[in-house]
Design a protein around this ligand. Structure first.
Ligand SMILES: Nc1ncnc2c1ncn2[C@@H]1O[C@H](COP(=O)(O)OP(=O)(O)OP(=O)(O)O)[C@@H](O)[C@H]1O
Ligand SMILES: [Mg+2]
Length: 395
C-alpha cells in the first residue's frame, strides 16, 4: 500500500490549499484542475462545432478523384464545382443562394456511387448511401425517408453539426419515377409518393431522430436538413428514347443523328426529359447540377483493374500474399476480363464479378497451397474458360 497522496498530481498543490482533492489508486487531482480540464474539453467541443468546412479548390477535388476514378473527366469537373459551391454557400449562411443538389446519370458500374463516396471522404463529411427503391412514404412498410437522416446522424458519431453538413447519396433514383405513358419502362406506382417525401428532406426540413436508434419514448434530437447535400444517382434506362423523340419531334426527324443510341449526352438531357421519364418537376428542380457518366472503354476497364489506387488486381494480390502465394496476371488475360465486362454491359462492376469467379477456387484452397509447395498462381489468357495454371515450387 502506498501512503495516502496529499498533493494534486497535476498542479502539485497540497490538499490543504485546495477545496477538494480526489484521490485515486496512485494519483490525485484537485478541484481546480478538474475545472480546468472541463474548460479545455468544452473548448474543444466548441471549436469542433464552429469549424467550417474548408472550401475546396475544384482542381484539388478533381485531382483527388483522379486517384480513384478512371475517366469521367467532365463529371469530375461538374461534381468538383458543385461541391465547392455548396460549401461556399453553407459557410456563409447569410447568403441566400439556393441549394443545388446533384443528379448523376449514367450506366451501371461507371462510378456514380464511387464518385459521391470519394468526394465525401475528401471533404471528411459524413456520408450515407440510401437505396431509393427501399424507401417508402411514412406509414408504409419499409424504411421511411426519415431513417436516412437517422443513419447520417449515426455515421457522424452522433454530432448534430456534422450531420447537418453531410452528404446523402440517393441511389437508384430512376426507380422511383412515376409511371409515365411516354416511356417503355414499367415502374412502381408508389414512386411518386416517395419522391414527394424526399422532396421535403431535400428542400430542408427538421427531422427528429432518436439518439440511440429506434427506441421509443426517449428524448429526440432535431436535425435540420437544409444544408445537407443530396446527390441522386440513376441509370435512367430508356432515357435515350425520350431524348431522341424530343429531338425528332421538334425538328421533324432531320436531327435524329444528334443523339447517340448508346449514351445519354449531358448537353442533350433537359429537365423536361427527366419529367417525361417520371421524375416530378419539383424534385428535378432541386437537382440543378447534373452530371453524366459514360460507359467505360476497354482501356479504362484495364486501368481500373491495374492502375488506380487500391485497384482490384493489387487487392487480390494482397489477399493471396497473406497466405504466401504470389498472384500474377498475364497481360492478355486482363484484356479478356475487361472484354467480358464490356460484353455484359456491367461496367466496372463486372470486373469484380469476373475476378471473384476466376479466383474463388484458389482463394478457397489458399491456406493449403504453401503446404503443397504452390507459391504462385498465374492467371493465363485461358483463365476464363479453363482452370488457371498452377506453378509449383519445383518449377
Ligand atoms: N470510373 C471508375 N473508376 C474506377 N473504378 C470504378 C469506376 N466505375 C466503377 N468502378 C468500380 O466499380 C464498382 C461499382 O461502381 P459504382 O458503385 O460507382 O457504380 P454505379 O455507377 O454506382 O453503378 P449502379 O448504377 O449499378 O449503382 C466500384 O466500387 C469501383 O470499384
Ligand atoms: Mg451505384
Amino acid at each position: 500500500m502506498t501512503d495516502k497522496i496529499s498533493h494534486c498530481s497535476f498542479c502539485a498543490k497540497n490538499k490543504d490549499s485546495v477545496e477538494k482533492l480526489i484521490v485515486g489508486h496512485d494519483v490525485a487531482i484537485c478541484n481546480e484542475c478538474v475545472n480546468l480540464c472541463d474548460t479545455l474539453l468544452s473548448d474543444n467541443k466548441l471549436n469542433k462545432k464552429n469549424s467550417e468546412i474548408k472550401i475546396p479548390d475544384p482542381r484539388d477535388v478533381r485531382d483527388y478523384l483522379n486517384q480513384f476514378i478512371v475517366g469521367q473527366n467532365d463529371a469530375k469537373k461538374v461534381l468538383a464545382v458543385a461541391i465547392t459551391n455548396h460549401y461556399k454557400r453553407i459557410n456563409n449562411p447569410k447568403n441566400k443562394i439556393a441549394k443545388s443538389n446533384i443528379l448523376m446519370i449514367g450506366p451501371t458500374g461507371t462510378g456514380k456511387t464511387l464518385m459521391a463516396k470519394t468526394v465525401a471522404e475528401y471533404l471528411d463529411v459524413p456520408f450515407v448511401i440510401a437505396d431509393a427503391t427501399t424507401l417508402t412514404e411514412a406509414g408504409y412498410v419499409g424504411d421511411d425517408v426519415d431513417t436516412v437522416i437517422s443513419r447520417l446522424y449515426q455515421n457522424s458519431d452522433c454530432d448534430v453539426e456534422r450531420t447537418q453538413r453531410g452528404i446523402i447519396f440517393l441511389d437508384e433514383i430512376d426507380k422511383i419515377a412515376r409511371k409515365s405513358e411516354s416511356s417503355t419502362v414499367s415502374r412502381d406506382v408508389s414512386g411518386e409518393g416517395v419522391q414527394q417525401a424526399l422532396l421535403k428532406l431535400v428542400e430542408g426540413t427538421k427531422i427528429k431522430v432518436s439518439p440511440f436508434g429506434s427506441r421509443k419514448n426517449e428524448a429526440t434530437i432535431e436535425i435540420d436538413t437544409s444544408n445537407i447535400l443530396f446527390v441522386a444517382g440513376g441509370a435512367f434506362v430508356g432515357m435515350e428514347e425520350i431524348i431522341k423523340n424530343r429531338i425528332q419531334g421538334t425538328s421533324m426527324g432531320f436531327n435524329a443523328h444528334l443523339t447517340n443510341n448508346e449514351e445519354i449526352n449531358q448537353s442533350n438531357i433537359t429537365s423536361n426529359d427527366l419529367v417525361k421519364y417520371g421524375m416530378i418537376p419539383e424534385f428535378v428542380g432541386r437537382f440543378s447540377s447534373s452530371v453524366c457518366l459514360h460507359s467505360l472503354s476497354k482501356d479504362q476497364l484495364i486501368s481500373i483493374l491495374t492502375k488506380i489506387k487500391y485497384n482490384f488486381v493489387d487487392q487480390y494480390k494482397w489477399l493471396f500474399d497473406q497466405d504466401g502465394v504470389k498472384l500474377e496476371f498475364e497481360e492478355e488475360s486482363l484484356g479478356l476480363i475487361a472484354e467480358l465486362s464490356l460484353k455484359n454491359k456491367t461496367g466496372a462492376r463486372g470486373l469484380h464479378a469476373e475476378l471473384e469467379r476466376i479466383l474463388l477456387p484458389h482463394m478457397f484452397d489458399l491456406p493449403r497451397y504453401r503446404k503443397q509447395s504452390i507459391l504462385k498462381v498465374a492467371i493465363t489468357k485461358n483463365l476464363v474458360n479453363t482452370p488457371v495454371t498452377l506453378v509449383s515450387e519445383n518449377e
